[in-house]
Design a protein around this ligand. Structure first.
Ligand code: ZN
Length: 80
């Protein structure tokens, strides 16, 4: 796939709420519909933070959505 995600929105730094409820901030994700197995799954940003990476839970087909400026702001994709 040659889809780029636009990451203009900065992740909220909720450093003010570091009290007892220090739940980790939700990791950013996009929804992927794996057409190969007709499964919907969330795909999370990788450690480097330059792409969303995941794999089909059934056939383990890998998907990678690079993050770049000027890309789409969609948060739902389909993998062939
Ligand atoms: Zn699959």
């Amino acid at each position: 796939m040659d889809i780029y995600l636009n990451e203009e929105r900065p992740e909220p730094m909720s450093s003010q709420n570091t009290d007892l409820n220090d739940k980790p901030a939700g990791r950013p994700f996009v929804g992927i519909h794996f057409k190969c197995c007709n499964i919907y799954k969330r795909v999370y940003k990788n450690r480097v933070g330059d792409a969303y990476e995941g794999a089909c839970p059934r056939c383990f087909k890998k998907v990678k959505l690079p993050i770049g400026s000027g890309g789409t702001s969609n948060r739902f994709f389909e993998a062939e």
